[in-house]
Design a binder for this molecule. Structure first.
Ligand SMILES: Nc1nc2c(ncn2[C@@H]2O[C@@H]3COP(=O)(O)O[C@H]4[C@@H](O)[C@H](n5cnc6c(=O)[nH]c(N)nc65)O[C@@H]4COP(=O)(O)O[C@H]3[C@H]2O)c(=O)[nH]1
Length: 492
């Protein structure tokens, strides 16, 4: 009890020396803060000159000043009013709650022997008690008074005071008379919660960083994939055509070239094995085939001197080998090219050679296009079907040529392929000739045409022109003088 008296007395001292009995909000706010600094005080009231209570920290200005109590006891620290209604001090709570008020000078304080302020200070910054139906609640705490709408008393709620950069955490204790408590987290709270906040923030940042970095890495990987990049990489102006000469093996005469496409990526070239699967998945194959064939034919027509006949072998995706589409496109290109000496050969791999494709190829052949079956020997084509198309060329896959020196079963099949070609009325082109031994053997076997690194790698137009100029002289000899070292698969 002594502690209650000492606390109440010191507050009354302070009130009477430092404060005016002024009911203005600013003053009430300061009084409120002072009240919360005293453990055993639950309310402060202001008295008018007649000693009537006219204002209190919790309830503000009263509608009617409360007349002075008749049962006042003079004590050592002030005049005691026992059993006075608490409502006058703390606003709209039950009238039946009563307490002890002690007054001195123009101030009255409500003493409370239970140190409830401690509980507020420790567990919340402000408190409200009243009828549960009341949504807008007036919170009172160490920082003064403010009102706050409580959306639902059933769940804790967060709100943010932008002006003062404070976060309010409101929770409601349900009961006959619910109590809402508010904690305020502001910069000042960092002091109290510093370690906890730091720990939580660090864990949060670490987790967030981890999730974010994984998401970024996943995106970067996706951007790096050819499937993503192909949309930006493929544009008609990014197509680079390289040309690989096709020669008559007995004479070394160049009869034409195969067009092999690359894509320009800055100062690098990307090769078909990298971008063809992505073109297929992105359904860009026709745009690509159309761009390559147009670019190659225009470039060849502009660069090559008139020839008697020059074969231009074009690779098309099997799904694009449709007579109507291809013919319309190539007719348009050839009209611009204006060269009748360029003979277009359409290449289809044996693997893709199918019954559905055969009629399309026959119609294309009837339109005057040459047909070559590429990588011959690697697929399982129906010979009857091959015969029906009667291709101009069967191109022996380079794996057969590669194994020729080792005398494997595969290489022993070359004569069989030559026999099939004779049977269906086609010429043979051997692919991937890299050595003079391979060249000699193929010539001995009767293979008429060939291409490969031994003669020249696929190269840009400027190099093809140099190759053709040098080759015109060397072609006099039976074996071509130009070899792979001189004409490499050149950059742009
Ligand atoms: N080791 C070795 N390789 C040789 C030799 N001579 C030529 N080659 C390579 O063998 C491939 C021959 O082309 P393919 O069988 O039509 O196979 C082509 C073709 O199926 C496809 N392709 C290339 N350009 C186009 C195009 O414009 N359109 C379409 N649809 N496909 C294309 O990509 C495939 C690969 O083309 P590339 O990478 O240019 O590879 C080319 C060529 O560079 C040699 O002596 N030794």
């Amino acid at each position: 009890m002594q502690a209650v008296m000492a606390d109440t007395s010191s507050l009354l001292d302070e009130l009477n020396t430092r404060f005016r009995p002024d009911c203005e909000p600013e003053n009430l706010k300061r009084l409120n803060a002072l009240m919360y600094a005293h453990r055993y005080v639950r309310g402060i009231g202001l008295l008018d000159e007649q000693g009537r209570l006219f204002c209190s920290v919790g309830a503000g200005r009263l509608d009617q000043p409360a007349p002075p109590s008749r049962s006042v006891i003079d004590g050592s620290i002030g005049r005691y009013q026992l059993n006075t209604p608490v409502r006058r001090f703390v606003g709209p709570i039950e009238d039946s709650i009563r307490g002890t008020a002690i007054e001195r000078g123009r101030f009255q304080v409500l003493a409370d022997s239970a140190p409830t302020q401690d509980a507020f200070r420790e567990h919340s910054d402000a408190v409200w008690a009243g009828a549960g139906s009341q949504r807008r609640r007036i919170f009172t705490g160490t920082y003064g008074q403010w009102s706050e709408p409580v959306l639902s008393p059933d769940v804790a709620q967060l709100s943010f005071d932008w002006r003062h950069a404070r976060l309010f955490v409101t929770d409601t204790v349900q009961g006959v008379s619910p109590v809402s408590v508010q904690s305020i987290l502001g910069v000042h709270s960092l002091d109290v919660f510093r370690l906890r906040i730091l720990a939580v923030a660090t864990i949060f940042c670490a987790l967030f960083g981890l999730v974010l970095s994984r998401a970024i890495a996943r995106h970067c990987r996706a951007y790096e994939t050819m499937d993503y990049r192909i949309r930006h990489l493929f544009a008609p102006d990014k197509v680079v055509c390289h040309y690989q000469p096709i020669l008559e093996l007995a004479t070394g005469r160049m009869i034409g070239c195969e067009v092999l496409a690359r894509l320009r990526d800055g100062d690098k070239l990307i090769y078909p094995d990298k971008f063809i699967p992505a073109l297929n998945r992105r359904k860009l194959t026709w745009a690509f085939d159309a761009a390559v064939s147009r670019a190659a034919l225009l470039e060849l027509a502009a660069a090559l001197p008139p020839q008697t006949r020059f074969a231009v072998a074009l690779n098309f995706f099997p799904q694009n080998l449709r007579r109507d589409t291809i013919h319309a496109h190539l007719q348009d290109v050839m009209a611009r090219v204006g060269r009748t000496d360029l003979q277009i050969e359409l290449e289809v791999t044996e693997y893709d050679f199918s019954p559905e494709l055969a009629p399309e190829l026959r119609r294309l052949k009837a339109d005057g296009y040459g047909i070559s079956i590429d990588d011959f020997g690697t697929g399982y084509s129906n010979l009857g079907m091959v015969k029906k198309v009667s291709p101009d060329f069967l191109k022996i896959d380079r794996s057969f040529v590669l194994e020729m020196g080792d005398e494997t079963i595969r290489s022993s099949l070359i004569p069989e392929i030559i026999a099939i070609a004779t049977a269906v009325g086609s010429e043979v082109i051997a692919e991937g000739i890299e050595t003079i031994d391979q060249l000699d053997q193929l010539r001995t076997l009767g293979v008429r045409y060939g291409q490969g690194y031994y003669f020249a790698r696929p190269m840009a137009m400027a190099d093809l022109q140099r190759f053709m100029a040098a080759h015109a002289v060397a072609a006099e000899a039976a074996i071509p003088a130009a070899a792979a070292d001189t004409f490499v698969d050149s950059a742009v």
